[in-house]
Design a protein around this ligand. Structure first.
Ligand code: GSH
Length: 223
């Protein structure tokens, strides 16, 4: 059964791998499943055909035969359940890996997203500069205990799992802010994630769509 995911036709990050299709591509690469990608413009994401797959009109989505999923947490969870490579065999270790997936999405990602909103959406508001340090401190309040828990281990709970895939994906977004470098153990943790061959393949695949010269070719072809 062919797996089809959706991604931005042109990611706002220009190919830094921060759009959320990258974490789904990464999971697919870790479990060795081939996939196809349907690229969408911002307009197409809000049209009925895509809204039938994703009620909020976002990317990524995941289709596999009759099954259609949205939310990266659900998609990565599905892949980890169906294929070897992202969940440990031991039931308790698997439950802990799931816990880390939720921690990444529910506890660590929200203040990180808040920083993006503060910078890129609210950056021109008169109160924005005053708010920024508060938002950054809320992120530090998540990174500090996370670094403590990781300690000098390679991964959060034994072997690499879907929990690490999600946590690294969430933390990656912090790199331009410099906050990650305040916690060298976490910076090294993210670098370990990025060094995985599966991540490299996922990153290269999204870059091939979003790299500036690829876009020049796409636009030339449309003219
Ligand atoms: N919680 C969702 C978030 C999905 C999301 O925010 N997608 C972004 C791209 S990374 C998007 O489609 N943004 C465009 C929009 O919301 O209109 C998930 O993890 O899948």
């Amino acid at each position: 059964m062919t797996i089809i995911i959706t991604a931005f036709e042109r990611s706002p990050d220009g190919g830094q791998g921060l759009a959320r299709d990258t974490r789904v591509r990464w999971a697919l690469e870790e479990v060795g499943q081939p996939y196809e990608v349907r690229l969408l413009s911002f307009q197409a994401m809000k049209e009925p055909a895509h809204l039938a797959l994703h009620p909020f009109g976002q990317i990524p989505t995941y289709e596999e035969g009759e099954l259609a999923l949205f939310e990266t947490g659900a998609i990565v969870f599905h892949l980890a359940e169906r294929h070897a490579g992202l969940f440990p065999a031991d039931a308790d270790a698997r439950a802990r890996a799931i816990t880390w997936m939720f921690a990444a999405l529910n506890t660590v990602e929200p203040p990180i997203l808040d920083l993006s909103i503060a910078k890129f959406v609210e950056g021109d508001k008169p109160w924005s500069q005053d708010r920024l340090p508060l938002v950054m401190d809320r992120i530090r309040n998540r990174l500090r205990p996370l670094a403590t828990r990781l300690g000098d281990a390679d991964w959060l709970d034994g072997a690499f799992s879907a929990g690490d895939l999600m946590m690294v994906s969430v933390l990656l977004r912090l790199r331009p802010s410099g906050l990650l470098d305040e916690f060298p153990a976490l910076a090294a943790y993210v670098a370990r994630g990025e060094a995985r061959p599966a991540y490299k393949r996922a990153f290269a695949a999204q870059l091939a769509v979003n790299a500036p010269d690829t876009q020049a070719d796409v636009h030339a072809a449309r003219r």
